[in-house]
Design a protein around this ligand. Structure first.
Ligand SMILES: [Zn+2]
Length: 162
């Protein structure tokens, strides 16, 4: 993806209050992010571990989505699948994230939930840039997987914006 500035990112959030945006912490490696290997920018807040952020570029538009997750001690399944990139993980490495919906729906408490790689590093997993210790059933090429990831990500963003 095309690199984003800190200002681009802070301006992009569709489901956060001004004070939440002010309080967010950028990724620790922000200055050296591998933009060319990213389909979206996703990270967990280094100072608020139950918070995460996904920033998606669509044409000229940048959409930032804040998500939260509960630390779950209970593993109901042995393995879990990320709904965005379809990477298989140990159940502790995939998390159920909730995104508050944009606008009045979100203020009324409506959320959209989805399972995502717990570190929000989908782009790196599908390219083999981050190690996985669970056998993968997926055989598609990184290019095909990136296309599918983008499609699912846009659908997720549309549900948040709807
Ligand atoms: Zn993923």
């Amino acid at each position: 993806m095309e690199p984003l500035s800190a200002d681009d990112i802070r301006r992009s959030f569709v489901n956060s209050t001004k004070s939440q945006v002010k309080a967010l912490t950028l990724p620790q490696n922000f200055a050296e992010l591998p933009w060319e290997s990213l389909d979206f920018l996703g990270w967990r807040d280094p100072k608020a571990p139950n918070r995460g952020y996904l920033v998606v570029r669509r044409d000229a538009e940048v959409t930032g989505i804040a998500v939260t997750t509960q630390a779950s001690g209970k593993a109901r399944r042995f393995a879990g699948l990320c709904d965005l990139c379809n990477t298989t993980h140990h159940v502790s490495d995939v998390a159920l994230f909730a995104a508050k919906r944009a606008g009045s729906a979100g203020r009324a408490g409506n959320t959209v939930g989805t399972y995502i790689c717990a570190d929000l590093a989908c782009s790196l997993y599908i390219r083999g840039l981050k190690e996985l210790d669970v056998p993968q059933g997926e055989t598609a090429t990184p290019e095909v997987r990136a296309e599918r990831l983008t499609t699912r990500l846009h659908a997720f963003a549309d549900r948040v914006l709807a």
